[in-house]
Design a protein around this ligand. Structure first.
Ligand code: ATP
Ligand code: MG
Length: 508
């Protein structure tokens, strides 16, 4: 008899329905899986066979064919074990097909019949919700599935529990999503950073408008310290942002037990990271670091130490907010709307500009080192910041610096001001991210007073700023004006924004 059950395949964040058809027919004993299975899917046969044995079921000595339709779509991953096993049970008459018609099934099987955690539960549950179906998934993923809404969820720890549920001898309880506000995972606070008033102010502006920042300074100035503390002042995720971020983390199998990302992601890959791990791709076209940083921060410490190709590959996602992975038969795209924070020394020796400590290769040392970052890449930073060495008087200061909570409060107030203004002028920018204002919105909301306009015009002419730089200066000036609750950008706001736009970093 032919049995059919439903499962899914993933193409980026898109979920494709896959029909698992199982046929047992007369012929030489064989167990074949067709429909472009990858190695993990093909190996599923052995796990299914062993898990059947563990619950006292034996596969018949007949020809078993499993077809995963549509046949031209590549099937990757281990989540096909459970649907194949359930399809087999239907064709063996252990379960009735009516029982499973209304479920999307996914889960990996252990040799002892246990159903283990798989990635991609949340997007599948959302698809099930859209199709008016339920989901059968591993027990460990039940809470994650429950975030998709009110759908029937059967979350079982092993195959026997699932069979018993359908036989009526055991009831699997419906899991519920639980909202447990997570304890602050970061204990890092800006109060530990002594001095560096300008750098801290720049981080406050960056947090308010989601601007990209490049910090340049000598070793031990506190660049990594400043960046690591950024999450402590970032605004919290909206519900919509939290769900979007969770879907990506679900697909890469990096969710915590609560099953919901509640804090803005902060990803800091090492400079030896490969292009595929940063942008996404590899064997299963998994999301890369830039997608895992969606709605959060990507921190690239020691920027020139990353390979040139890796850094340059960020250019397109930085503009489009998406990571596109080209595969032989498809283009897969993941959202990647992240804020880029980078840090670097001005030269290899690290002390360029310090007459006493700089090496004898000045200025070649700095030119060679900085030329690793291309002009177009530099152009993508809204704020380019000199982080000079912390002064001894600051280091010996017994008083604590301003705590992150106070800075975060100002960030939130400025964003509330922006939201209020957007509503007042009926501007549709729900993310309240000044960093991503489009040119027409810039025209509309980055209004300057007369003097500010003259200064900007002169700067564009004198420093030969690109069109992109011009817009970036205006976006930063807008954020600075938001922090001062001003509808108009004044000379003070503009001058500060221009100060964060170092034109040539080789001139000390
Ligand atoms: N402003 C500061 N206030 C307090 N401590 C500081 C400050 N700057 C640096 N330090 C101390 O120096 C250490 C090194 O700082 P950090 O790693 O941030 O420097 P860096 O600028 O990233 O240097 P590198 O260029 O070598 O990576 C910190 O862990 C901290 O102990
Ligand atoms: Mg550092």
């Amino acid at each position: 008899m032919l049995a059919k059950v439903s499962t899914v395949a993933f193409q980026g964040v898109q979920v494709q329905l896959v029909n698992v058809q199982v046929q047992i027919s007369a012929g030489l004993p064989a167990f074949t899986i067709v429909g472009l299975p990858d190695k993990a899917v093909a190996e599923s046969r052995e796990r299914v066979r062993a898990s059947f044995l563990s619950i006292g079921l034996d596969l018949p000595a007949k020809k078993i064919t499993v077809n995963l339709a549509p046949a031209d779509l590549q099937k990757e991953g281990s989540h096909y074990d459970l649907p194949i096993a359930m399809g087999l049970m239907v064709s063996l008459g252990v379960l009735s097909s009516d029982d499973l018609d209304n479920y999307l099934i996914l889960g990996e099987l252990g040799l002892d019949g246990s159903i283990t955690k798989v990635s991609g539960i949340l997007p599948t549950a959302i698809e099930a919700y859209a199709q008016g179906k339920g989901i059968i998934c591993p027990d460990a993923c039940g809470k994650e599935a429950a975030w998709a809404g009110d759908i029937p969820i059967l979350a079982a720890a092993n195959l026997l529990n699932l069979v018993n549920h359908f036989k009526g001898t055991q009831v699997l309880a419906q899991p519920h999503s639980e909202f447990r506000p997570i304890e602050q995972t970061t204990t890092l606070d800006y109060k530990d950073v002594k001095g560096q008033i300008i750098a801290k102010r720049a981080m406050e502006i960056a947090a308010t408008g989601s601007h990209n920042v490049l910090m340049i300074g000598p070793p031990g100035a506190g660049k990594s310290m400043l960046a690591a503390r950024l999450p402590s002042i970032l605004p919290s995720l909206s519900v919509h942002e939290a769900l979007e971020t969770t879907i990506i983390h679900s697909l890469s199998g990096q969710l915590n037990e609560v099953g919901l990302v509640q804090e803005r992601p902060f990803r800091d890959p090492h400079h030896s990271a490969s292009l595929a791990s940063l942008i996404g791709g590899g064997l299963k076209a998994k999301p890369g670091e830039i997608s895992l940083a969606h709605h959060g921060v990507l921190f690239l410490d020691e920027l020139p130490e990353f390979s040139r190709a890796t850094v340059e590959s960020l250019r397109q996602p930085l503009e489009s907010g998406r990571a596109v992975i080209a595969r032989a038969n498809a283009h897969i795209s993941y959202p990647a709307d992240f804020q880029l924070i980078a840090a670097m020394n001005p030269c290899r020796c690290g002390y360029f500009g310090d007459a006493e400590r700089q090496c004898h290769r000045v200025p070649r040392c700095a030119q060679d080192y900085q030329s690793k970052i291309s002009g177009p890449m530099m152009d993508r930073f809204d704020i380019i910041l000199d982080v000079s060495e912390v002064k001894a008087t600051d280091l010996f200061d017994k008083n604590e610096g301003e705590p992150s909570a106070k800075i975060a409060a100002r960030v939130n107030q400025a964003r509330a001001f922006r939201l209020q203004m957007n509503r007042k002028f009926k501007i549709n920018n729900p993310a309240i991210k000044n960093a991503s204002l489009s040119p027409d919105l810039i025209q509309e909301i980055c209004k300057m007073d007369g003097k500010a306009e003259i200064i900007l015009r002169k700067s564009v002419e004198n420093f030969r700023l690109s069109g992109r730089s011009y817009h970036r200066i205006l976006r930063v000036a807008r954020t600075i004006a938001d922090l001062a609750y001003s509808e108009i950008i004044t000379t003070t706001h503009l001058a500060e924004a221009l100060g964060y736009r170092k034109v040539s970093i080789t001139s000390p």
